[in-house]
Write a protein that binds this ligand. Structure first.
Ligand SMILES: Cc1cc2nc3c(=O)[nH]c(=O)nc-3n(C[C@H](O)[C@H](O)[C@H](O)COP(=O)(O)OP(=O)(O)OC[C@H]3O[C@@H](n4cnc5c(N)ncnc54)[C@H](O)[C@@H]3O)c2cc1C
Length: 316
């Protein structure tokens, strides 16, 4: 039975988190992409390369298409009876998955970090800030609905092509589809981005002030690193939410993650603990962040960071 993967169009084509899930689905058997947005030939090539043999292209739906997408997906699911429908855990996909679950009366398991689909469907998810793994098997009838955390899999190109495309104009979702976007603010994203940078340097409350975040930016520049933050300093208004790493922020997996003045609360660690190498700077030798660090520097960020930036600049 095919595994379906809900995939959203973004400005750059199919969204990366969904491509990660699609690639994983294709590694275990037939994968079908349900693509929300007008699919261009390039989009179809990307979906095929990541393992989709069939694409259902959901078109229409307006500015806030989740309600209509869930209605259309429910129709398709009823018609085709897939074994599972996987979603990357993005805002729109979460919205669609919840609405679909209600429409077809099936449970949805969220926060998955792994999925095994054979005769059934078993989902691995993290609890207690990623310190424990729980495996949950669906026991009821399919399709099984799963939301997968970004960066759980890599978006590998498998070299395939799409054999079949069916365009599916979204139905009218009635009252559920009536909200409209009245204004949009695009936050300017400059420099390396958290989702793709090889190196990330993040700051926490240990910086002491909003102005001291410039220490993070100065060290990031010679490293070509993206800059991140804890929720504590986002809530304090020192940096925008787009920089937040953790349970209610972004999940990152860079080659190197440098945590500065960050205690290592489980809600932060769940978003960065899978980084390849972790460096921590904290004046408290007992700080929990050191339990996941490959390299720990016990010291004051106001002294360590300027020296680090200077040493890096002298090398570049
Ligand atoms: C539902 C929920 C969701 C959450 N989601 C997130 C999330 O997504 N991301 C997130 O980050 N948090 C999240 N949190 C908050 C989280 O629990 C912590 O409160 C937060 O991560 C702490 O941030 P911090 O490490 O910057 O601050 P603190 O915990 O206050 O740590 C500051 C650290 O800086 C060190 N320090 C102080 N001065 C210096 C200095 N001069 N030099 C070096 N080190 C110094 C201290 O020793 C301390 O270890 C969430 C909480 C809840 C309840």
């Amino acid at each position: 039975m095919a595994t379906w993967v809900f995939t959203e169009a973004t400005a750059g084509g199919p969204g990366e988190p969904a491509l990660e899930v699609l690639s994983k689905a294709a590694s275990g058997g037939e994968a079908v992409a349900v693509y929300l947005g007008e699919a261009s030939a390039d989009d179809l090539a990307v979906l095929g390369a990541h393992g989709a043999s069939t694409v259902y292209n959901l078109t229409g739906g307006g500015d806030l298409p989740a309600a209509a997408a869930a209605a259309g997906l429910a129709d398709l699911v009823e018609r085709e009876a897939p074994g599972a429908v996987l979603f990357a855990q993005t805002y729109t996909s979460r919205d669609v998955a919840g609405r679909l679950a209600a429409r077809i009366d099936r449970p949805v398991i969220a926060n998955a970090v792994d999925v095994a689909i054979d005769d059934g469907c078993t989902v691995t998810s993290e609890i207690f800030g990623g310190t424990q793994l729980v495996r949950t098997a669906f026991t009821g009838p399919g399709p099984h609905l799963v939301l997968v955390r970004p960066k759980s899999f890599s978006a590998d190109e498998r070299g395939g092509t799409v054999n079949r495309v069916e365009e599916y104009p979204l139905p009218d979702a009635g009252h559920a589809g009536s909200p409209q976007v009245v204004d949009t603010t695009v936050e300017q994203a400059e420099g390396p981005q958290l989702g793709s940078a090889k190196v990330i340097i993040s700051g926490g409350r240990g910086l002491g002030s909003a102005e001291a975040y410039s220490l993070i930016e100065s060290a990031a520049e010679p490293l070509k690193a993206a800059t991140g933050a804890t929720r504590a300093i986002v809530d304090a208004g020192w940096v925008p939410y787009a920089k937040q790493v953790g349970q209610t922020g972004k999940t990152v997996k860079p080659e190197v993650y440098i945590a500065c003045g960050i205690s290592g609360a489980m809600q932060h660690m769940v978003g960065m603990k899978d980084s390849k190498r972790i460096v921590a700077v904290n004046k408290d030798p007992e700080a929990p962040i050191f339990s996941v660090a490959d390299l720990g520097i016990v010291g004051d960020v106001h002294q360590v960071l300027p020296k680090l930036a200077e040493a890096l600049r002298s090398r570049s």
